[in-house]
Design a protein around this ligand. Structure first.
Ligand SMILES: NC(=O)c1ccc[n+]([C@@H]2O[C@H](COP(=O)([O-])OP(=O)(O)OC[C@H]3O[C@@H](n4cnc5c(N)ncnc54)[C@H](OP(=O)(O)O)[C@@H]3O)[C@@H](O)[C@H]2O)c1
Length: 271
């Protein structure tokens, strides 16, 4: 098993598809994977014209490929998935990192915003996994090395632990994805695919730039990406960090609901 040691060649030849790799945590993870010599396909809505990805492509022309893919465009997905699969002749690792966050108050509720977050934070993963499963199953493992074992890594969120004021449109589909992952893990494991989830807290990206409150344990995208990278090598279903927020939300989740809600009520803007 690989450890925190140097990344040089740690992922040599590992074929990774990261969906949502153009910005924030995903982009930081792409850089770490390339450094470790993985073969990486990056998807996002405009991956093929994304300037920072194009810069990376110049540095890693043999390892990096880009594919425009909008996970909400159901009609295009089969063709896009086939195209993705053909680039390296399959994948060892599929990472679902796409996410959307639109905080709303009662005054700003919008049906489209709820639908968008449901489509990106939950249904996108479902659409992709349904088509990827038969492809992963049909693939013969080439070696026993841990990095070539079929695995799916879903970046979910600690927000799925308990719904907090204004964030329910985001956290409800995240909680659904966590529940789905728990349900699927045993069957997928029996089918030879290791499903892993990462539930982390606040990271400095364009998503949290929308927050106007103090964020406990706020970290840089590189720090979060390093944890996702390490999760690829661990034989562990769930990775949770930072411990401070994971602990607070873990406690709120387990409290009697009336107690938990009296705490979260204090997060209201005019409380
Ligand atoms: N930031 C945090 O504090 C935090 C905390 C917990 C969990 N997370 C989760 O971590 C993941 C990454 O978040 P981030 O903060 O790094 O956000 P980000 O900077 O906005 O990156 C999100 C990525 O998802 C892609 N994406 C969005 N909509 C898409 C679509 N319809 N189809 C395909 N790709 C799409 C984006 O690319 P395009 O926009 O170019 O398509 C981008 O590459 C998300 O799942 C998020 O929920 C974040």
């Amino acid at each position: 098993m690989h450890t925190q040691a140097s990344k040089t060649s740690a992922c040599e030849g590992m074929r990774v598809w990261i969906v949502g790799g153009s910005e924030g945590i995903g982009f930081a993870l792409v850089k770490q994977l390339l450094e470790a010599q993985a073969l990486v396909l990056v998807s996002a809505r405009n991956a093929q014209s994304h300037l920072r990805l194009l810069d990376l492509l110049k540095r890693y022309p043999q390892q990096l490929h880009l594919l425009d893919l909008d996970v909400t465009q159901k009609a295009d997905l089969t063709a896009k998935i086939n195209q993705a699969w053909s680039i390296f002749g399959g994948f060892d690792t599929w990472i679902y990192n796409a996410g959307a966050y639109i905080p709303m108050t009662l005054e700003t509720w919008e049906r489209n915003a709820f639908e968008q977050m449901n489509a990106i934070n939950y249904l996108g993963a479902v659409y992709l996994m349904v088509e990827l499963l038969p492809k992963f199953r049909a693939q013969q493992p080439t070696t026993d090395s841990v990095i070539y074992r079929p695995q799916w890594l879903w970046n979910i969120s600690l927000a799925g632990d308990f719904g907090l004021p204004y964030g329910g449109g985001y956290s409800a589909p995240k909680a659904a994805l966590q529940n789905l992952a728990e349900s699927l893990q045993p069957e997928l494991k029996a089918a030879g695919i290791q499903l892993k989830v990462v539930n982390h807290g606040f990271v400095k990206t364009r998503l949290t730039a929308k927050n106007d409150f103090a964020m406990l344990g706020l970290m840089d995208a590189e720090v979060a990406a390093e944890q996702l990278y390490q999760a690829l090598f661990k034989n562990r279903f769930e990775t949770r960090f930072p411990w401070s927020l994971a602990w607070v939300l873990g406690v709120i989740k387990r409290l009697p609901k009336s107690w938990a809600l009296s705490l979260t009520r204090r997060m209201l803007k005019n409380a």
